[in-house]
Design a protein around this ligand. Structure first.
Ligand SMILES: [Zn+2]
Length: 312
């Protein structure tokens, strides 16, 4: 029995129920429904989504609501939200108690956090915290070295050749390459095939080798320290539509001290977050970042190599 499952007392059948007009079949159905509800794991992973600032291209508040719903739907996460003051305002009072959470999800791209808050967050991660970074959150904090170590690679936010190498797939291995060029780009949004690169990683176990993501920005030419990164999945960017012509990491797992980071470059906005592939990898990645394990099953409506799948 999973640690979080509640004990269920055996319930004895009573013939009296049947006499009161409830058929045996409907009683069994009812009982099965009751049991499946009771045996759901409690939403015990304490999660904090941090938001408050983003660039104009991103619907920050709607994305936060979307992430919260996706995590709530997994039934494993108890989610709270912490918002910073708006851009240009005084952030000195922004001091979430990170250590009270199993997981922090960053949906933020804006002014630097106060030194004290940055240091508290780095300590939280070094001591075994969990972090999820979605899409434009990897645009944040271009000059915060510890954050860049956590996310592996990032884009924009002043990132240049000085920010670190690209991660490039060469002869089946991901290698950091110090090539000239920009730090962060994407071609025209379009549907793209996601290729699994670490099929035995807990987040990826049971997912198809290839699946089709809905039309989304495919981040390319991300740069950073690129250390302790497992590229879980990648996608080919087409130079004809403004891409790099390389396999680009789209799902990454990064070790930072005792902490675990799940970094998904997918999910520009609400319609991209309806992709079942985005939803499921976020739910699995979040559980892994918080606990080091994944207990969720792969759902039947997962996309295939040729068909996208969405949920309302
Ligand atoms: Zn975007």
């Amino acid at each position: 029995m999973p640690k979080n499952a509640r004990m269920i007392k055996p319930i004895s059948f009573s013939a009296a129920w049947v006499n009161k007009g409830l058929s045996f079949r409907s009683m069994v159905t009812l009982l099965a429904m009751l049991l499946s509800t009771l045996s759901l794991p409690a939403a015990s992973i304490k999660t904090l989504i941090v938001e408050g600032q983003s660039n104009a291209a991103h619907q920050m508040s709607a994305v936060t609501v979307g992430i919260k719903k996706i995590l709530a739907d997994a039934g494993l996460f108890a989610v709270e939200i912490a918002a910073t003051p708006a851009k240009g305002q005084d952030l000195s009072g922004f001091k979430p108690n990170f250590s009270a959470y199993d997981l922090v999800v960053i949906n933020y791209d804006g002014d630097p956090w106060p030194v004290e808050t940055r240091s508290a967050f780095a300590n939280y991660m070094r001591n075994g915290g969990g972090l999820v970074v979605v899409h434009s959150a990897d645009n944040a904090f271009g000059d915060w070295q510890e954050f860049n170590e956590m996310i592996g690679v990032g884009g924009w936010g002043g990132r240049t050749e000085k920010s670190g190498p690209y991660l490039r797939l060469r002869e089946g291995k991901w290698v950091p390459l110090d090539l000239p060029g920009r730090g962060g780009s994407h071609g025209q949004a379009r549907p793209y095939v996601v290729t699994t690169r670490e099929p035995n990683h807990p987040i990826m176990k049971g997912l198809p080798a290839e699946w089709l993501h809905v039309s989304d920005e495919l981040y390319d030419r991300l740069r950073g320290p690129a250390r302790n990164v497992s590229v879980l999945a990648s996608a080919m960017t087409d130079p004809k539509t403004g891409g790099s012509g390389e396999e680009e990491p789209v799902l990454m797992a990064i070790a930072y001290g005792q902490g675990r980071v799940f970094h998904s470059t997918m999910g520009h906005g609400i319609s991209q977050m309806q992709c079942v592939g985005f939803i499921v990898t976020l739910q699995r990645g979040a559980e892994w970042a918080a606990t080091g394990k994944v207990t969720q099953k792969v759902p039947a409506d997962f996309p295939t190599a040729t068909a996208t799948k969405t949920r309302p």
